[in-house]
Design a protein around this ligand. Structure first.
Ligand code: GDP
Length: 297
């Protein structure tokens, strides 16, 4: 069983003499526990190493006040550093959707939660921001996915672009753009096709769609429970397509969310939202302090 990190560190420091400042040895001993905690939370090894190095520098020599134990002091430094890595620039959850109709491109692998997240986000934009939203599915290989988006649209009261059989993704994207302009929509969301793994056909298709729409936001939807795989997916999509942010799904699951840290460290792109369930309301703004607490256990 995983113990609370503060307790673990408390145990480590009980064996050390209390001093006015954290010594190099204290810090090193404590950070061994932190490293284990990070790895247990599914943070990738290189990211965990890099993180520990940064904390080691900050913590060595840091003053320990009377009100805290050295263990608590290290936990605070670790916690603050986690938040600073996790937090991106700008308001969490903010999207650049000023000039209407603003295109939002949704990308990711099949099963990551892309279609569900498209609908959740559309609902949020409609209800919280009063935006008129149009959704379009570009998943021509999976008619069921196109149907799924249409059904979700009906459920949440958001329009979907009518399905025309035989149309290719670029043609659908163009039609969505035209329709969004004519219909006075503030935002149009393009739910691209997913694949089980990244392949050339998928990437060139998403690229072509990107080029005809020039999205204001390109959001990668990725399963937060897939750890290291999620990071590879993010790297690939960012290099090839250029993403503006990430949505981590399944954060309602048992995972401790280490993928969030790896993803931020590796891509530098902000995590904008987290998915917390299958229901249409289960989408929240990403909150670095909550995830930091969870990663530390
Ligand atoms: P897509 O293939 O990427 O479009 O994935 P879907 O949107 O179809 O989602 C796949 C499954 O994951 C569905 O059963 C969704 O209800 C479920 N799902 C999506 N997001 C979440 C989430 O945040 N938490 C949980 N528990 N399930 C989710």
């Amino acid at each position: 069983m995983f113990e609370n990190l503060s307790e673990r560190l408390g145990g480590v420091f009980d064996r050390l003499t209390k001093q006015g400042a954290l010594s190099e040895d204290d810090v090193r001993t404590a950070l061994r526990e932190v490293r284990v905690a990070l790895l247990e939370a599914d943070v990738s090894l290189p990211v965990a190493r890099q993180f520990i190095k940064a904390v080691e520098k900050k913590a060595t020599g840091a003053a320990v006040t009377k009100s805290v134990t050295p263990g608590q002091q290290v936990v605070k430094i670790v916690h603050d550093e986690l938040i600073s890595v996790l937090a991106g620039e700008g308001e969490p959850g903010s999207l650049r959707i000023d000039s209407p109709p603003a295109p939002i491109l949704m990308v990711g692998l099949q099963g990551g939660g892309k279609t569900t997240t498209t609908a959740k986000l559309a609902k949020r934009l409609k209800e919280r921001d009063g935006k008129k939203v149009l959704m379009a599915s570009l998943d021509v290989n999976r008619p069921a996915a196109m149907e799924q988006l249409a059904i979700l649209g009906q459920q949440i009261g958001v329009d979907t672009l009518p399905i025309v059989k035989g149309e290719d993704p670029v043609a659908i994207a163009k039609r969505a753009k035209t329709q969004a302009g004519l219909g006075g929509y503030d935002v149009y969301m393009l739910d691209t096709a997913g694949r089980l793994s990244i392949d050339e056909e998928l990437m060139s298709q998403v690229e072509a769609v990107r080029d005809v729409t020039t999205p204001r936001e390109t959001l990668l939807v990725v399963d937060g429970l897939t750890g290291q795989d999620a990071v590879h997916t993010a790297e690939n999509f960012d290099t090839r397509i250029g993403i503006s942010g990430v949505v981590l799904t399944r954060m309602d699951g048992d995972g401790r969310g280490g993928a969030a840290l790896s993803m931020r460290a590796v891509t530098g792109k902000p995590i904008k939202f987290v998915g917390l369930g299958e229901k249409m309301d289960a989408l929240e703004t990403f909150e670095p302090d909550r995830v930091a607490g969870r990663i530390l256990g």
